[in-house]
Write a new protein. Structure first.
Length: 288
């Protein structure tokens, strides 16, 4: 049990760290060189970098540190260690890649390509961090202020904060950059949502077979997933059977169908999509 806890801890923080690194690479390579402020602390840091020539990573430290301090004093938000870890690790990676490593940047000069590829890569990294309940801070914290003092819903607060950053980029760097920044904000939200759904989506499988025990044995001992038997009665034949109900990851479905086909080619199978599953082997309900 202790080994499993340690393994899960290491896995979660490794994935968060990898996600932050990928996000930082996208910010440094594609967004910072063209002043594309795609929302969040990084977007605000890009705008402020254009006003006062401090490195973007340093601005991210100052923004996130200031917002977290204000939240603790004014809103009383109880930040998890993961949030603080992920927020400042992203700031560190941006600063490290930008100033110390001089990470390669996209030099093609095409703002559309910089916006699209920067957004998609950053969204992938952020989705990895979010999948382990990490957070990149920034406008999430601003949204909490707006919710506390102005009764603005959190989702709308994040959108208002991000759009405001895009507008500021337009004032500072010109209309063209401002429009690309707003486009980046829209693409970022859509891409993160799409990737998160893909990463977390599971499949509900209902199986009616004459060889339920063999199928259940494979699911329990090979896939290490739970099985529930549901009594069923055939509407046409009146035959009583036990239907298997199980939840598997999307990537496990093809193996399960392949094995069922070998065990019982006559099995009746219904597959449905599950947006989110909580419990053993899936997301922890305590972290919701």
């Amino acid at each position: 049990m202790q080994k499993k806890i340690v393994f899960n801890f290491v896995k979660e923080y490794t994935i968060i760290s990898l996600g932050d690194l990928i996000t930082a690479m996208a910010i440094v390579s594609f967004l910072v060189p063209y002043n594309i402020a795609a929302g969040g602390a990084s977007g605000l840091a890009i705008v402020l970098h254009g006003v006062i020539n401090l490195p973007v990573g340093v601005w991210m430290y100052l923004i996130n540190g200031g917002l977290i301090a204000l939240s603790l004093m004014l809103v009383g938000v109880d930040f998890s260690f993961k949030t603080i870890y992920s927020t400042f690790l992203l700031s560190f990676f941006v600063d490290f890649l930008d100033r110390m490593v001089h990470f390669p940047i996209y030099t093609g000069g095409d703002l559309m390509l910089a916006t699209i590829f920067g957004d998609i890569i950053a969204a992938f990294g952020m989705a990895l961090a979010f999948s382990q309940n990490g957070s990149t801070g920034g406008t999430d914290i601003i949204a909490k202020f707006m919710n506390k003092f102005l009764s603005v819903p959190l989702g709308q607060g994040v959108l208002i904060a991000d759009v405001s950053i895009g507008v500021l980029a337009g004032f500072k760097f010109g209309l063209n950059v401002g429009l690309y920044s707003l486009l980046a904000i829209i693409l970022n939200g859509l891409a993160i949502d799409f990737l998160m759904r893909g990463m977390e989506m599971s499949k509900q499988v209902m199986i009616i077979s004459e060889k339920n025990d063999l199928i259940a044995d494979y699911i329990i001992n090979k896939l290490e997933r739970g099985v529930t038997y549901i009594p069923t009665i055939g509407g046409y034949t009146g035959t009583q059977r036990r239907m298997i109900l199980t939840i598997v990851r999307r990537r496990e479905l093809s193996n399960l169908l392949h094995v069922i086909r070998k065990i019982d080619p006559q099995a009746f199978i219904v597959v449905g999509e599950i947006e989110k599953a909580y419990g053993e082997g899936f997301s922890d309900i305590k972290k919701f």
